[in-house]
Design a protein around this ligand. Structure first.
Ligand code: ADP
Ligand code: MG
Length: 348
């Protein structure tokens, strides 16, 4: 029998790199965190630049509040945030961020440069970060109100991760999908996304666009012209409601877009909800034909647990079965109306 190995604490830098790898699995995770920060900062335009699927360059420019110069020294330190104060605040949190981990994580696995200007400053301040720490003093430069975060050489020090993400075009596709989904759900926010070195945008959405224009900008006219509204009014006693756009029965989904679900404005995958809504469609649609579904479910914040997954991809909420059943039943009503109006049209 061998002697037990000695238990020793991990070096802080190792802990931080491990934590970073859980939050930032691929460039799209870094992008999502930064887009959320921009929206939290009240931005109405978010411009994204991507080189090599975000592995070489991922840059987000927003016109939000900017960051106070005095906050720059701890910006990329772990667990520093302007959003959450007490654990209890988590139950009523209205912002996307709350953990103060995103920028810290990114700075442990990439080179981060921040340029930011608040409206009270005469100029912008620019500074770089590495492993949570500010590198030198912020330098004054010309710039507009808002923040530019430049992330370079993502995973440069995590070779195993870099090897597992071989295709920049796959990573770009994930980024465009994520930007598109946020663009659809973020009223009053304009988005653009461009591949480095190209003059054409891969995606643009105006900040004034309504939800249908957003769907059109992201998924094309074919999808946008076959939508009906799905509104689920406040469900009695459950503190939940939902609203969104779903495809009519005339829609043929060639691209099979997975459902776009937001819960309290957080992009989530919710398999029970997806199954229930696909089931509702299945009696109306030809076999193998998938609907388009965009739904933002609003649930009283105290009934939702947002802190169940490092990438915040999953949330848990109370009364999930009843809420999902109500949404599916509302969808069934909307579809049967649309079915009768369709057969009416063809028989008349
Ligand atoms: P969290 O969003 O959980 O607070 P982050 O690491 O994502 O943690 O960001 C840390 C802090 O940096 C935020 O709380 C916010 O004050 C500031 N911040 C980050 N990005 C921006 C931005 N684009 N505009 C303004 N402030 C920002
Ligand atoms: Mg954040």
């Amino acid at each position: 029998m061998s002697a037990p190995l000695k238990i020793k604490p991990l070096a802080e830098s190792v802990v931080n790199k491990i934590a970073a790898g859980e939050i930032i699995v691929a460039p799209v995770n870094a992008l999502k965190e930064m887009m959320e920060n921009s929206i939290d900062a009240g931005a109405t335009t978010i411009d994204i630049l991507v080189k090599e699927g975000g592995l070489k360059i991922l840059q987000i420019t927003d016109n939000g509040s900017g960051i106070d110069k005095s906050d720059l020294p701890i910006l990329c330190q772990r667990f520093t945030t302007s959003k959450l104060k007490t654990f209890e605040d988590l139950s009523s949190i209205q912002t996307y961020g709350f953990r103060g981990e995103a920028l810290a994580s990114i700075s442990h696995i990439a080179r981060v440069t921040v340029t930011t200007k608040t409206k009270n400053e005469a100029c912008a301040w620019k500074v770089s970060y590495s492993a949570g720490k500010m590198m030198g003093e912020p330098k004054p430069i010309a710039g507009r109100d808002g923040t530019i975060i430049l992330v370079e050489d993502l995973f440069y020090n995590v070779q195993s991760r870099l090897r597992s993400l071989r295709s920049p075009s796959d990573e770009l596709a994930k980024i465009l999908d994520c930007v598109g989904r946020y663009a659809i759900n973020s009223k009053n926010v304009g988005f653009s996304c461009k591949k480095f070195g190209e003059s054409q945008f891969a995606l643009t959405v105006r900040n004034e666009a309504d939800v249908r224009e957003r769907v059109q900008a992201v998924f094309g006219r074919g999808t946008a012209s076959n939508l009906i509204e799905l509104e689920v009014p406040e469900i009695q006693g459950l503190g939940a409601s939902a609203s969104g756009q779903v495809s009519t029965l005339n829609f043929i989904n060639k691209k099979s877009i997975s459902p776009i679900f937001f819960i309290n404005n957080r992009l989530v995958t919710c398999d029970p909800l997806r199954r229930a809504l696909y089931q509702t469609y299945s009696s109306h649609l030809a076999k193998g034909n998938r609907p388009f579904i965009y739904l933002n479910v609003t649930i009283r914040p105290e009934l939702v647990d947002v802190n169940v997954h490092p990438t915040k991809r999953e949330v848990r909420f109370l009364h999930d079965e009843e809420i999902i059943e109500q949404i599916a039943s509302q969808l069934a009503d909307v579809l049967s109306n649309c079915d009768t109006s369709r057969s009416f049209k063809t028989t008349s």
